[in-house]
Design a protein around this ligand. Structure first.
Ligand code: ATP
Ligand code: MG
Length: 565
């Protein structure tokens, strides 16, 4: 159902998808792990902040916890009888007035609101004589707190379970309403004015630093913010500035300090930093591994594709070569038979038969030579005789002996050589093979514009031979492949010519054996230029021994060269 090629592609695709899926899964789970670590750390910080606000609340109520145990009915009775409070109650007031968080304590009996009618008295606690004494100068701070507490209690009085209820007027005062639960009525209000300076600077600021600073150890900064005034009152780390847009946690105080809230920013704590670092490390390792895997997969895919192509071309070559060896032989056999029979007597026909045999022999010889060349180059047993030569002389020699032939094929054949060029070290036989293959190609792959130009020039590091034609050209994507064995372009023009894709692979190998390099410039439809360059021979001034050593080296290189089939 599937041929090998599509199977290979399918497996390659499955391999790629598997690698991509595995990588994506890994990255996703690493990311999730990091997220949950950070979330746990954040949750933990959130709890700490919540706990902090509860502690602050507790701090305000600390002096009054024992009021709950008092019998408020009894207290009311006592007050009605003696216009004073029992000692147990006064002890509590003493405790509260010793707490720096409060300034003063005021008492306003229920129903006699001084703030509404100043003919009613308002009392202030005097710690010295443990008495509530009438106070004339009542500040708005006290009246505001009292007013708030009264209106709150109106709503709560019928359902409230405890015998006292604290109400806060922001951070200015705390009012404790005492409740006679049996009668469901308010006995009186105790107003505590709050020492804001102490509260912020001595209590909250210090506790914030103690609990949450310094940020590089705890991984968090917490600010106390007055959001009505838009002002930061205290911070756990003064080095870090508050920025409303980058706050991770916002927390209000429960039932108290209504204008204030805590803002917190999570900074990379050691845990989060470690998680980030490990995520980064894992990603780097994973990406490198995946790239290596991709590379290996692609390499295997490409090499197997190449090998397959090479095998196909090799098989094609064998079939062709057999056919092409047989064709000239058959032609020669027929011509020879006719001649030997004596059947042909006409002089002209004898000559034409002779010519035929001659050209076919040359074709056969050329083909056998090429086969031998490739066999030698493949086996790495090519003998090399590197000797100093003037490249322009070798090219001139070739030109002189082939000019007539090339022109007979309808070509304009030119040679241009710079005079006085330095010597290069080449094997002249190899050079002959190189140049004749290049000219051969130029002839074969030119159809309309028939011109070939040879030129010899000095380059930066050596001397070069260029062979330029105005033929069909070679597309850029095939510039590498044409040097591979058995490779021929698959276009209709190339199809009109005969060949096995061996010439350029032999040329390249020989150029390299002679320490040279080969390159080409070509644009399809316009023509091609092959440039072969050999390094300048620089041993002239040295002794013969050194020269010998050089030859030895080159010959040794040759023996060990591993030309891949
Ligand atoms: P062989 O040289 O073995 O008889 P060939 O000429 O096809 O056969 P190469 O000389 O190796 O093989 O060339 C390989 C391919 O490169 C050719 O088939 C042709 O498509 C392309 N080619 C080589 N030289 C030229 C050129 N001068 N102009 C255009 N195409 C060329
Ligand atoms: Mg060729």
């Amino acid at each position: 159902m599937f041929n090998t090629k599509s199977l290979r592609l399918i497996f390659f695709g499955i391999g790629l998808i598997a690698v991509v899926a595995l990588t994506a899964m890994n990255i996703y789970s690493m990311h999730e792990l990091r997220k949950s670590t950070i979330e746990v750390a954040q949750e933990d910080k959130k709890n700490q902040i919540e706990e902090f606000t509860t502690q602050v609340r507790f701090r305000f109520f600390q002096p009054f916890r024992s009021i709950r145990k008092l019998d408020i009915e009894h207290l009311q009775q006592y007050y009605d009888d003696y216009n004073d409070f029992p000692d147990a109650f006064k002890d509590i007031m003493i405790d509260a007035s010793l707490d720096s968080i409060f300034y003063d304590i005021y008492y306003s009996p229920h129903g006699e609101d001084h703030c509404l009618n100043d003919s009613y008295p308002m009392y202030k606690f005097n710690t010295q004589n443990r008495q509530f004494e009438i106070e004339e100068n009542i500040s708005t701070q006290v009246c505001d707190g009292l007013g708030l507490a009264r209106s709150r209690m109106k709503v709560l009085i019928d359902e409230y379970r405890w015998n006292n209820k604290a109400s806060f007027d922001t951070h200015r005062s705390m009012t404790l309403s005492m409740i006679n639960l049996a009668e469901r009525e308010i006995v009186g209000h105790l107003i505590f004015t709050i020492n804001q300076d102490y509260l912020v600077n001595d209590y909250l600021a210090k506790n914030l630093i103690e609990k949450f600073g310094p940020s590089d150890e705890t991984g968090i900064v917490v600010w106390l913010r007055d959001f009505m005034q838009e002002e930061i009152l205290a911070s756990s780390d003064p080095n870090i500035e508050h920025n409303r847009d980058f706050i991770d946690i916002r927390q209000r105080f429960p039932d108290l300090l209504e204008n204030w809230s805590l803002h917190a920013k999570i900074i990379d704590s050691p845990t989060i930093a470690a998680t980030n670092a490990s995520l980064f490390r894992n990603l780097v390792v994973l990406v490198s591994a995946v790239l290596a895997l991709f590379g290996a997969l692609l390499f295997m895919f490409l090499t197997s594709k190449r090998e397959r192509e090479l095998a196909q071309r090799q098989a094609g070559f064998l079939a062709n070569v057999t056919h092409e060896l047989k064709t000239p032989l058959a032609a020669m056999q027929a011509a020879g038979e006719n001649l030997s029979d004596g059947r042909v007597t006409d002089k002209d026909r004898i000559k034409s038969y002779g010519n035929h045999i001659y050209t076919e022999t040359i074709r056969l010889r050329k083909m056998i030579e090429k086969l031998l060349d490739i066999a030698r180059v493949d086996a790495g047993h090519n003998t090399i005789q590197l000797t100093p030569h003037k490249l322009q002389d070798l090219v001139q020699e070739y030109y002189d002996s082939h000019e007539a032939y090339v022109q007979s094929r309808g070509f304009r054949f030119e040679l241009e050589a710079e005079p006085g060029l330095p010597d290069v070290l080449v094997d002249p036989d190899h050079f002959e093979t190189i140049i004749s293959n290049l000219v051969d190609n130029a002839i074969k792959y030119s159809f309309d514009d028939k011109e070939i130009k040879l030129s010899v020039q000095k380059t930066k590091t050596g001397v070069s031979l260029t062979v330029t034609d105005s033929g069909i050209g070679i597309p850029k994507k095939s510039h590498q492949q044409i040097f591979e064995k058995f490779y021929r372009l698959e276009d209709s023009m190339t199809a009109k010519t005969k060949g096995h894709g061996l010439g350029l692979s032999i040329v390249k190998k020989l150029v390299e054996l002679n320490q040279g390099s080969i390159d080409l410039k070509s644009s399809p439809g316009k023509g091609t230029t092959f440039i072969v360059e050999f390094p300048v021979y620089q041993l002239e001034a040295e002794t013969e021994k050194e020269m010998e050593r050089h030859y030895e080296y080159v010959n040794k290189e040759l023996q060990t060269s591993d030309y891949v089939k």
